[in-house]
Design a protein around this ligand. Structure first.
Ligand code: PLP
Length: 381
């Protein structure tokens, strides 16, 4: 029997060696490896620069903080995402206004956005769900019409492209995650992309207290001024060194994810009670983060049995995400949302199973997973 976890960080001797080098050095923060990492990722994404942060959540927080959002402001947020997407809005005291998903991709239902825009709406947040890019032309035209700042949650969107442009460079700002199960890892960590230099510069200062010069720029050690309010959301040198190696391996990782994804899509396509999300086409290049399947018909009520059956055959799974955000207790209690207001997001949350596609698998593992699904479903009949 195989043992295929849902995800596994891809740490090789290269990462181990560079980690050792950093630990043998005396520079653990404020060193040159951060710049190298930021430049390496910017080059990968086709951007001028990027900014490294301590996490994607920190980057999301900085995104709203840097445009001065506060109480009285509202942000449009997809109901189907990780809670961080909404929490970052709460951090600055603003109100997330949730929008249901479209079932074809799992992305925000763009048709529903405009009816929720009020004079208080200041930003539009979206998630490239499981790496499938949102239709950014439609988003940007709504944003332009209503003068809204566009935040792309790119936690799962390394390598995702819309009309050839990397996610994060499509709206006003994009935030990436290097949490261990993501496309690349720095243990914990985040990256910020923006097509606006002024935003990147501000984020760069605000991730480190608002201090006006880096260590390298200080003529007298310890001498600096602070002209902005900022947090300590820096990344350290160890993370950056590992990240640079990981970005170098990213093309290879993405290729494997795509191959695994395609095997699963093809082999599961004959099962009528499984809904598959759309992925890559002419304008949309997914990052193939995982293969999430939505159970329908008689399979709908058998999700736990299927997950357990897969587990007994050595196949790890996950759920993206366990509830629509407004059905999480914090949001339900704070804003009084009733269950059932976001039916498509709920369908995804309560009827889907996320299958692994990561580079720890090869296509024979993907074939094994699809065979396991067929067997488990047949055994349940
Ligand atoms: C869509 C999305 N946004 C944000 C995050 C948070 O990322 P981090 O753990 O780097 O803060 C996650 C984490 O899984 C995520 O899936």
């Amino acid at each position: 029997m195989k043992n295929i976890p849902f995800a596994r960080p891809m740490i090789s001797d290269e990462e181990r060696e560079v980690a050792q080098e950093v630990l043998n050095d005396h520079i653990l923060v404020h060193g040159p490896r951060i710049n190298q990492f930021e430049e390496t990722f910017a080059k990968f994404a086709g951007a001028k620069n990027s900014i490294a942060t301590s996490s994607c959540t920190a980057g999301l927080h900085l995104a709203y903080f840097c445009i001065g959002l506060g109480p009285e402001d509202e942000v449009i947020v997809p109901a189907m995402s990780h809670v961080a997407t909404a929490h970052a809005v709460e951090f600055v005291g603003a109100k997330p206004v949730f929008v249901d998903s479209e079932i074809s991709t799992g992305n925000i239902d763009i048709e529903r956005i405009e009816e929720l825009i009020t004079s208080k709406t200041k930003a539009l947040s979206l998630v490239h769900y499981l790496g499938m890019p949102v239709d950014m032309d439609r988003i940007n035209s709504i944003a332009k019409k209503h003068n809204l700042f566009v935040v792309e949650d790119c936690a799962l969107a390394f390598g995702s492209k819309y009309k050839g442009i990397h996610a994060g460079l499509l709206g006003d700002i994009g935030l990436f995650s290097m949490y261990p199960v993501k496309h690349i890892t720095t243990l914990e960590g985040g990256l910020v992309l923006s097509k606006h230099d002024d935003i990147l510069n501000k984020i760069s200062l605000q991730r480190a207290f608002g201090v006006d010069r880096t260590h390298a720029e200080r003529k007298i050690p310890g001498q600096y001024d602070v002209n902005l309010l900022g947090y300590n959301y820096r990344m350290n040198e160890l993370q950056a060194a590992i990240g640079t190696i990981q970005v170098g391996r990213l093309d290879g990782f993405l290729k494997k994810r795509k191959q695994n994804y395609e095997v699963l899509s093809e082999r599961l396509s004959g099962i009528s009670e499984i809904h598959q999300f759309e992925s890559t086409n002419e304008n949309f290049e997914s990052s193939y983060y995982c293969k999430s399947i939505v159970l329908e018909g008689s399979l709908k009520s058998k999700r736990i049995e299927i997950i357990e059956g897969l587990k007994s055959m050595g196949v790890g799974t996950s759920i993206y995400y366990p509830r629509p955000i407004p059905e999480l207790t914090y949001y339900r209690e704070k804003y009084g949302y009733d269950n059932g207001l976001f039916p498509q997001a709920a369908k995804i949350a309560y009827q889907s199973i996320a299958l692994p596609t990561g580079p720890h698998l090869d296509t024979s593992d993907a074939a094994y997973i699809s065979d396991a699904i067929v067997k488990v479903i047949n055994d349940l009949k």
